[in-house]
Design a protein around this ligand. Structure first.
Ligand SMILES: [Zn+2]
Length: 124
């Protein structure tokens, strides 16, 4: 794998991790607000005695309170898995783990923890 491909792969792993860790809670929060807003809007447009079928349908939608534990059960191990994928990224020069050395781990390092290759370096 060329250095350029390796750095692209590293950025892809980071994007996935950040999208999951930040995007999922933000997306879930937006979903909850959107659902609440939709219910408020429908209450205005079709007050409960009207459109009984609609209210029966909405009763079947799982409440955010019930979905929250499910989202958390998916979010935590998913985030751990994606973080693990970031940490196992191999340096394109030495082939060792870029972000870890022994028990030491630095996810914000800009240099390989084994050979010192700068992140984004071009192939010699
Ligand atoms: Zn290295």
């Amino acid at each position: 794998m060329s250095y350029a491909e390796a750095w692209r792969e590293d950025r892809r792993r980071w994007r996935r991790l950040l999208l999951w860790v930040i995007g999922l809670p933000v997306g879930f929060t937006l979903f909850v607000f959107a659902l609440g807003g939709l219910v408020l809007l429908l209450e205005r447009l079709f007050p409960p005695p009207r459109a009984e079928w609609l209210w029966e349908l909405l009763q079947r939608v799982p409440s955010p309170d019930a979905l929250f534990p499910v989202v958390m059960v998916l979010w935590l191990p998913g985030g751990m898995l994606l973080a693990f994928k970031v940490f196992e990224f191999a340096c394109p020069r030495c082939g060792e783990s870029f972000y870890t050395k022994g028990f030491s781990r630095n996810s914000f390092t800009l240099e390989c923890m084994h050979c010192g290759l700068r992140k984004g370096a071009v192939e010699p």
